[in-house]
Design a protein around this ligand. Structure first.
Ligand SMILES: C[S@@+](CC[C@H](N)C(=O)[O-])C[C@H]1O[C@@H](n2cnc3c(N)ncnc32)[C@H](O)[C@@H]1O
Length: 214
């Protein structure tokens, strides 16, 4: 058993080699402008899952500047993505980045609140990535699950919210912490679900396709 997960994580990240200039630029931009993007090892895991699951059609909730979206398309030439972002500046930044990556034709970018936009979608997905406002995770989840194909996966990032689910947390986060704890309990009770303690906590749900979602 590895007893120092932070060091182990640093080791994992040190082994990842990134050569794509646009991806590196996005990482720099995110750092400079305080845009939260997936951590490097989560990005690698996302890419791996898209490949191993043979996903073709992705839904992303929370585009930000298009970093995770680009990562999921990287090396997966026959994959398309619909991605939703509420912040117009980030939406525009993402548009430029998808163009630079040469991915524009494979990306359906939507500007708006995912809770309004997901129910309007007339499509189904084999991979759904949820990475937006933590207090609304249950709502994003229930809306998007309706569009998840049999054998599809929902990948939920930051589900352990900066460690606040198991450490002391600032009072202002009380509601988010309660909601995320309830969400994790709900997923354990109702879904084929696994909770993984890396990045900022990852939740994976598998749709066996044999039950009606509540
Ligand atoms: C953690 S960032 C996403 C990072 C991105 N997935 C990546 O790793 O490159 C979360 C994003 O979700 C957006 N967001 C928050 N609430 C939203 C909502 N209700 N609908 C759509 N986007 C939302 C935020 O503006 C923010 O850009």
């Amino acid at each position: 058993m590895i007893d120092d997960l932070i060091k182990a994580n640093e080791y994992v990240i040190s082994k990842i080699k990134e050569n794509n200039e646009v991806i590196l630029e996005m990482e720099e931009y995110a750092k400079e402008h305080n845009v939260p993007i997936v951590t490097k090892e989560v990005a690698e895991y996302l890419k791996f899952m898209i490949k191993s699951n043979k996903s073709k059609n992705i839904l992303e909730v929370g585009t930000a500047i298009g970093y995770s979206g680009s990562v999921m398309l990287q090396g997966n030439e026959d994959v398309t993505i619909t991605t939703i972002e509420i912040d117009e500046d980030r939406y525009n930044e993402a548009r430029v980045n998808f163009e630079k990556m040469g991915y524009s034709s494979r990306v359906n970018q939507i500007l708006g609140d995912a809770l309004v936009e997901i129910p309007k979608l007339d499509d189904t997905f084999d991979f759904i990535f949820i990475d937006a406002a933590k207090g609304k995770y249950m709502d994003f989840y229930k809306d998007s699950y309706k569009l998840l194909k049999k054998d599809g996966i929902i990948f939920i990032d930051n589900i352990m919210f900066r460690g606040y689910l198991y450490n002391e947390y600032p009072k202002r986060f009380k509601t988010i912490v309660r909601k995320l704890n309830e969400f994790i309990e709900y997923l354990h009770e109702n879904e084929d679900f696994v909770l993984l303690p890396f990045g900022d906590g990852i939740g994976l749900v598998y749709n066996r396709g044999d039950k009606k979602h509540k």
